[in-house]
Design a binder for this molecule. Structure first.
Ligand code: PXG
Length: 438
């Protein structure tokens, strides 16, 4: 079948240069721990944990066996007006990992659904409290919150928005925090830019706080090229939200479950939002699942103020699907047993040192790192933005490493099980690719 690439066009691939891919497919056959095996039998190191989700590495037996066992026992059960014990067990374990006072989880099937759910819960919260003029949702330029209409509306990536009509109304955006002039080659969070949080005050001055329901940000913007929060930025955002009665949503689809060396970015930065969205690492990527964790105030308010027996008219057929729950319970167990969040924290220093050794290679205009996340920003080719990094991705695949690119930024986020020698191998291989890249 691979000999006839035109027969493969029945699969319209997501976020992919489909026509180019069909000419030169990169096919994956199997995976184990840190490595994929390509269809042509090569070992490819996973430098991205799939799409930021395989935190415990591939085919962790704990998760594989839990899924197998569950599917034999209870394959599906509805959670509308019925339930099964795994959903309660998981919500207990999950919320125990969240900041104090955030002890309620609503289950979804993806990050995009988690974002839509969080935005809806925010609107619902104000309405239930009789503050129903608070309907505006504030996102940020260069934010990525998935691909639902809610997510692309509060998101700030022009290509994800421009083709899809008028989106949600009543949405505004703060400025992004990416500032190479002041912060290039920072190690960890950049020193400059906390004052950009004050952009929320500008929006408040324009619309009045009484019309604003919530602000949503990625504590660390992953998808748009690893944009790190300036020191003090998130704290300031929290203060401004508190001052104006605006809910703060952290989209932790990437950062939850150890990516920064803590269970959540909220814990890592010591800033508590009102709502946290998760997905990806919740099941180690094995089965689609997301969760929205809300403050006790939000949950209690819904329970106390509901205007009907059903407190929230929202949910999905597969909310807390038993097999997803089993995968998530096993993934959380694996993270704990192997102390993976602490491992990520301990590895973050050698990771930083290795990444910054690439400074000085041709076209490298910035290197960024936090936890086990890294980014290398390349100068764009004249008149062809994105082309240089795209070529790097293809060459890296040929050289035996999987990297992700967005625009001219290379993003790295290996499984948290990576060893120091593997970090060296990953970065060295990337260095060789960059050294040769026109
Ligand atoms: N929020 C954030 C912060 C994300 O990073 C989503 C929501 C949407 O999740 P779903 O499960 O609906 O895809 C994401 C997803 C990349 C990349 O290359 C990032 C994501 C997805 C695919 C690729 O950086 N993030």
């Amino acid at each position: 079948m691979l000999d006839k690439p035109n027969t493969m066009s029945s699969f319209w691939m997501p976020f992919t240069a489909n026509r180019d891919f069909l000419r030169e497919p990169r096919m994956i056959h199997s995976a184990e721990w840190m490595y994929y095996t390509s269809s042509d039998g090569r070992q490819i190191m996973d430098g991205t944990a799939g799409l930021w989700c395989v935190n415990a590495g591939h085919r962790d037996p704990l998760i594989v066996e839990a899924v197998q066992k569950q599917v034999h026992e209870l394959d599906y059960a509805p959670n509308f007006q019925f339930a099964h014990p795994q959903a309660f067990e998981l919500s207990g374990k999950l919320t125990a990992m969240m900041p104090e006072g955030m002890s309620h989880a609503f289950f979804t099937n993806s990050g995009s659904e988690s974002v839509d759910t969080a935005l809806k819960i925010a609107l619902h919260y104000h309405r239930m409290r009789g503050d129903s003029a608070r309907t505006r949702l504030i996102g940020r330029e260069r934010g990525y919150h998935g691909t639902g209409f809610g997510g692309i509306s509060v998101g700030g990536i022009v290509k994800n928005r421009m083709h899809f009509g008028t989106l949600l109304t009543g949405v505004d955006h703060m400025r992004h925090t990416h500032d190479l002039d002041r912060n290039a080659f920072s190690r960890g969070c950049p020193a400059h830019g906390a004052e950009l949080a004050d952009d929320l005050e500008r929006i408040v001055a324009l619309h009045d706080a009484s019309t604003i329901a919530a602000v949503i940000v990625e504590p660390m913007a992953g998808s748009t090229g690893v944009l790190l929060p300036p020191n003090g930025y998130l704290q300031r955002l929290r203060e401004i939200c508190d001052h104006h009665g605006i809910l703060l949503i952290f989209d932790e689809v990437i950062t939850a479950f150890g990516r920064l060396g803590a269970a959540t970015a909220a814990e890592y930065f010591g800033v508590k939002p009102d709502i946290i969205t998760t997905a990806k690492g919740l099941t180690n990527g094995v089965i689609p699942m997301g969760a929205v964790i809300v403050s006790d105030d939000i949950y209690n308010s819904a329970m106390e103020n509901a205007d009907a027996p059903i407190e929230l008219f929202h949910g999905y057929t597969y909310s807390a699907n038993p097999v997803s729950c089993a995968a998530a319970l096993a993934a959380l167990e694996s993270y704990e047993q192997n102390d993976l969040f602490r491992r990520a924290a301990l590895l973050s220093q050698p990771w930083e040192d290795q990444l910054h050794s690439l400074k000085g290679l041709p076209n490298v205009i910035d290197i960024r790192n936090l936890g086990l996340v890294g980014a290398i920003e390349l100068a764009p080719r004249e008149g062809a933005p994105g082309a240089r990094a795209y070529e790097a991705m293809k060459r890296a695949w040929d050289a035996g490493i999987m990297i992700r690119v967005t625009g001219d930024i290379i993003a790295l986020s290996p499984p948290l099980i990576i060893s120091e020698p593997e970090i060296i191998k990953l970065v060295q291989t990337l260095g060789e690719v960059l050294a040769e890249l026109p």
